[in-house]
Design a protein around this ligand. Structure first.
Ligand code: NAP
Ligand code: P7Q
Length: 254
């Protein structure tokens, strides 16, 4: 029996990268997992297949985030998948992982369009997903919001992205207080540089340079971050709420 047997979870952005590793890990712990994705259906189905091959249960949930009607579409698909499998539309664990990233834009060149896209996907969508989740998440549930070490590590060419992640941490703080009476915890997990399968992580020189910022002189694996999320989502994390969980491999130690 896993730590999450008889629990249901929604992981946004679970078609690839960190979100896929989180979905696979929660599935391995016994949760039924809604594997959300925006565009890449083949990749989302591959995540579902991995969970099933580990003996778990999962289904794919499509919704483009950051556009009008996004949250409605997300929950319609998620709740219909839940109902089919459990007979109920209630669930236990929400992981707001989907995120828009920027390759880096010097602060002088950030456009209102780039800024709006980062905030729409990284800040506005998670807020309204949490708001909507309040009606169907069970008492004693878990909400985990994926931030970034860049909220505490200055890198000017990521200022707009980091600002959007600052908003995510506020989401955790204030909802933690609001949901404590229901026994629902709300925490932020902040990865540092993490191999998400993008081609840059196949270039040894680039990886060596990125590895320098962590205390362990390595880039993180998606599974390293997923382990921290799995803890925050577990029954053992009942006394941790409103927290910032550093999953940067010591990048913030200075
Ligand atoms: P990734 O590999 O780029 O994957 C992003 C995921 O989010 C995909 O599943 C993608 O789905 C989904 N997504 C993105 N924009 C979307 C949209 N508008 N609507 C719906 N789905 C959308 O990301 P990652 O690197 O694993 O990052 C995951 C989270 O960790 C993000 O919040 C990111 O900010 C944070 N983070 C990452 C790092 C890092 O170094 N990798 C470091 C710190 C924090 P589709 O492809 O199917 O559309
Ligand atoms: O370097 C990061 C970083 C980055 C990037 O630059 C590019 C990417 C992957 O498109 C978006 C991105 C997201 C991030 O959250 C980080 C990040 O967290 C980071 C980076 C460099 C040094 C420290 C970091 O966190 C402490």
């Amino acid at each position: 029996m896993g730590t999450l047997s008889n629990k249901s979870a929604l992981v946004t952005g679970a078609s690839r990268g960190i979100g896929r590793a989180i979905a696979v890990r929660l599935g391995r712990e016994g949760a039924l997992v809604g594997v959300h994705y925006g565009e890449n259906e083949i990749a989302a189905k591959e995540t579902v297949a991995r969970i099933e091959s580990d003996g778990g249960s999962a289904f794919a949930v499509r919704a483009r985030l950051g556009v009008p009607g996004d949250v409605h579409e997300l929950f319609r698909a998620f709740e219909s998948g839940l109902k089919e499998r459990t007979g109920e539309s209630t669930f236990d664990i929400l992981v707001n992982n989907a995120g828009a990233t920027s390759l880096g834009t010097s602060p002088e060149d950030v456009t209102p369009e780039e800024f709006d896209e980062l905030f729409a996907v990284n800040a506005k969508a998670p807020f309204f997903i949490v708001q909507r989740a309040l009606t169907t998440i069970r008492d004693g549930g878990r909400i985990v919001n994926i931030s970034s070490g860049l909220t505490r590590f200055a890198q000017a060419d990521q200022v707009a992205y980091a600002m959007s992640k600052g908003a995510v941490e506020q989401l955790s703080l204030h909802f933690a207080r609001h949901l404590a009476p229901r026994g629902i915890t709300v925490n932020s997990v902040a990865p540092g540089i993490t191999n998400n399968g993008q081609p840059v992580f196949d270039i040894p020189e680039a990886v060596a340079q990125m590895a320098e910022v962590s205390a362990f002189k390595k880039v993180g694996d998606a599974e390293d971050v997923a382990a921290v999320v799995a803890f925050a989502a577990s029954p053992d994390a009942r006394w941790v709420t409103g927290a910032f969980l550093d999953a940067t491999g010591g990048t913030l130690l200075g």
